[in-house]
Design a binder for this molecule. Structure first.
Ligand SMILES: *Cc1c(COP(=O)(O)O)cnc(C)c1O
Length: 228
């Protein structure tokens, strides 16, 4: 891929012009340079997603403070403290223990940190996430009611990396169905089922058809990621 031919501004505008107004576009900027992120920023974009704590911390320092940073990677308990002061939304929470740790750091920073529970919907073994049963158990638990410095705003999921669109659709629909069910039954002040984060460069159209209202797009905005 010839990097200098990529028009980040145009890519963002094109995606925004075809997605419904209620769908939030998170520009996934992992491994991308400050310069490239600034091109998106100067096009008016403010939501960016990163997978690695150290990379995110460095970018946070260098970039404008009105960026809404989304953490979309796998978060380790001992690193929460580095992003707790500023993170806008943590997408990949996959244990109750992690929620407790996030809550602890949120208390220290005197803020409420918004989280999504990551659900494992793909066939691949390698992807992190909770089963529907595990997620339901967390959402229904009384212990969650004590974590007043976190707010679970919804769910995140990644479909199998495949050309089989029927398979992808099946996985996204299963998550949407679970999302709707939880929305109906959960009564907990620390939960507000609003966000369904699903869809990446290769499958965001399917995800939106299946009810996604937050998509995480890297390659289709910035081009191929530089190898690290
Ligand atoms: C890297 C990444 C993305 C973006 O993937 P693209 O295929 O480049 O759009 C989205 N979500 C997560 C969790 C990622 O790790």
């Amino acid at each position: 891929m010839i990097q200098h031919l990529i028009n980040i501004q145009k890519n963002i505008q094109e995606i925004k012009s075809i997605i419904p107004k209620n769908v939030v576009l998170v520009a996934v900027s992992k491994f991308q340079s400050i310069e490239k992120i600034m091109q998106a920023y100067n096009a008016g974009h403010r939501d960016f997603g990163e997978n690695y704590v150290q990379e995110l911390s460095e970018k946070y320092e260098q970039l404008p403070k009105d960026i809404r940073w989304h953490f979309i990677g796998h978060l380790q308990s001992n690193k929460i403290k580095y992003i707790a002061p500023f993170i806008h939304l943590i997408h990949g929470v996959d244990s109750f223990k992690l929620l407790q740790e996030i809550n602890k750091q949120a208390v220290k920073n005197n803020r409420i940190i918004s989280c999504l529970l990551q659900i494992h919907i793909a066939k691949e073994e390698t992807k992190f996430g909770l089963s529907f049963d595990e997620a339901e158990k967390i959402l229904m638990s009384d212990e969650l009611k004590k974590l007043n410095n976190i707010k679970i705003l919804g769910l995140m999921g990644m479909a199998t990396n495949t050309d089989d669109t029927e398979q992808i659709k099946k996985e996204f629909l299963s998550l949407k169905q679970f999302f709707d069910k939880m929305k109906q039954i959960i009564q907990n002040e620390n939960v507000a089922m609003q966000i369904l984060s699903m869809g990446m460069s290769n499958d965001y159209n399917i995800a939106i058809d299946c009810g996604s209202n937050m998509i995480r797009i890297g390659t289709s905005i910035f081009g191929e990621r530089p190898k690290k």
